[in-house]
Design a protein around this ligand. Structure first.
Ligand code: C2G
Length: 149
């Protein structure tokens, strides 16, 4: 085999041979099809999907209200989804870099309601914002079910 071929073969990056891990985060309260779509599309960007589910205390700090479903219930729902390989409780937004590193994530995926907010992690992984599924949200569902909309 010519020398330049050997060189080409030996420079194939090991990265291409190991599974590509994708990580995403969310509350996933009153689970709906918008949540499912972002999880499916995130899984499609790699070989292994890890999902951080916001803890109740984090959600209260972030949104000022208790989720409808507890963290244990939300975690159980997300962990049971076919595209999800691993799910864990996200205790703090400040730990996002630690979670990315701990789970060996190559790609961070978020809906585009978070566009630009996680660009600081581009030094440790790719950061991808996916378009939100239109016309559905947990807040709208709660309002519809409670008859306030
Ligand atoms: N999402 C979507 N389309 C919708 C509603 C939600 O694509 N119609 C996406 C959001 O963009 C997010 C994910 O679904 O990527 C989870 O949404 P939320 O549960 O609302 O997540 P959020 O409370 O924004 O938590 O660390 C970041 C937070 O944990 C994100």
């Amino acid at each position: 085999m010519p020398a330049h071929h050997e060189t080409a073969t030996s420079t194939v990056a090991p990265h291409d041979e190991r599974p590509r891990t994708v990580i995403t985060f969310g509350t996933f309260d009153v689970f709906h099809v918008g949540h499912l779509r972002v999880i499916e599309r995130a899984a499609g960007l790699g070989d292994r999907l890890v999902v951080g589910v916001s803890a109740d205390a984090l959600n209260l700090r972030k949104k000022g209200r208790e989720p409808v479903f507890s963290e244990g219930e939300r975690l159980a729902i997300v962990a049971a989804l076919k595209p999800v390989d691993e799910a864990f409780l996200e205790e703090s937004l400040e730990l996002k870099r630690d979670y990315i590193v701990r789970y060996g994530a190559d790609v961070l995926v978020m809906g585009d309601d978070w566009a630009g907010r996680f660009d600081e992690f581009r030094d440790v992984c790719e950061v991808v914002y996916l378009p939100r599924t239109p016309a559905i949200s947990t807040t709208a569902l709660i309002e519809k079910i409670s008859g306030t909309s």
